[in-house]
Write a protein that binds this ligand. Structure first.
Ligand SMILES: [Zn+2]
Length: 340
């Protein structure tokens, strides 16, 4: 009995120490992250505040984890083959002249495979279906009251949901490479957010139970896709309006100077988009909160207060450390969001 008690104390101390050490180490690597991560972290963080009283205490306690690990799926692109396709769907690949592509691609995975084969689906991205799988995983984690998995899958699914709200995650022309607008991906989801996020309104209301998640997911993908026309057109317009030497500027990031879209260009583009970036960001926040809530309800509404004041396990922290190591090596395994 005494031994067991001592063992538990030693284990708790070890876990706590690992947590501190890895947090410090992560703090260092965080500085090297790109700004593209900012939006994901903001979405996961703000989604916590949409949750009902039964959930918010647990999520607030782990808000730093949920925020920081909003970007794990992007890091996993450097570590895991088959990860990249989970972040997007090049839906226009399936379009033929005059047809509505959302009538062409079946909503369910099984029917979509029957029609196009799994290889084709994976080649052009699977984000709407991946969200369904992740929601099930999160639901199972709630059923099992497994803290590690609740945290991991909550952070992960937040990322995929957020990606599905970005127009450029729904097209083959994801970085403007087919229309001489290369760099537009980072411009829309990183640069514009970086410059304007302080002015956005993050109070989005309460999360809602989603009874038909597949339909809901497709609806958001469709809204993202419908916005593409403006995304490309306004970038072209601003490019034509400004002399070319005013499109880009040099900025200091830490010790390096980088070329980026000028503030003048970015601001003009942002105002032409007329609130689109903020609207998609806000919708992403409520979607993330609502899907967490739905997974919790479908997982039997476990009492999350009984899971409070426990840190993640050493195993989870080691897994995170390995992921960071792969990311630092920088070998991409598939498409990365801000490929330029
Ligand atoms: Zn992503």
């Amino acid at each position: 009995m005494v031994n067991w008690f001592n063992y538990k104390i030693v284990l708790s101390c070890f876990t706590f120490l690992m947590f501190i050490l890895l947090s410090l180490k992560k703090e260092n690597t965080q500085k090297e992250f790109k700004w593209g991560f900012f939006g994901h972290q903001k979405i996961n963080r703000m989604a916590v505040f949409t949750l009902p009283p039964e959930m918010i205490g647990f999520y607030k306690e782990h808000i730093e984890y949920i925020t920081e690990h909003a970007v794990d799926p992007d890091k996993r692109r450097y570590a895991v083959k088959g990860e990249a396709e989970c972040h997007y769907i090049d839906i226009d690949h399936y379009a033929k002249d005059g047809e509505d592509v959302f009538d062409i691609v079946p909503k369910t995975w099984t029917k979509a495979i029957e029609k196009f084969t799994e290889d084709t689906l994976r080649a052009y991205g699977i984000v709407p279906w991946h969200i369904q799988l992740m929601k099930l995983k999160l639901q199972k984690a709630f059923e099992a009251k497994n803290i590690d998995l609740i945290l991991k899958y909550s952070a992960d699914i937040g990322h995929y949901i957020a990606d599905s709200h970005v127009p450029l995650h729904t097209t083959e022309n994801y970085n403007g490479q087919l229309t001489n607008q290369k760099g537009i991906h980072g411009l829309w989801e990183s640069r514009l957010v970086e410059l304007n996020s302080d002015d956005y309104d993050y109070f989005v209301g309460k999360s809602q139970y989603i009874s038909h998640l597949l339909d809901y997911t497709w609806e958001e993908v469709k809204k993202s896709n419908n916005a593409l026309d403006s995304v490309f057109r306004f970038e072209k317009e601003v490019t034509n309006e400004l002399p070319s030497d005013r499109k880009y500027a040099y900025e200091q990031r830490g010790n390096t100077t980088i070329q980026t879209y000028s503030k003048e260009f970015s601001n003009l583009y942002h105002s032409k988009l007329n609130g689109m970036v903020e609207r998609r960001l806000r919708t992403a926040i409520i979607s993330v909160g609502s899907i967490w809530f739905t997974a919790w309800v479908d997982g039997g509404q476990p009492d999350l207060n009984s899971l409070r004041h426990l840190p993640p396990s050493p195993e989870l922290l080691i897994e995170i450390e390995n992921l960071n190591a792969e990311y630092q090596k920088g070998q991409k395994k598939g498409r990365v969001c801000d490929d330029h």
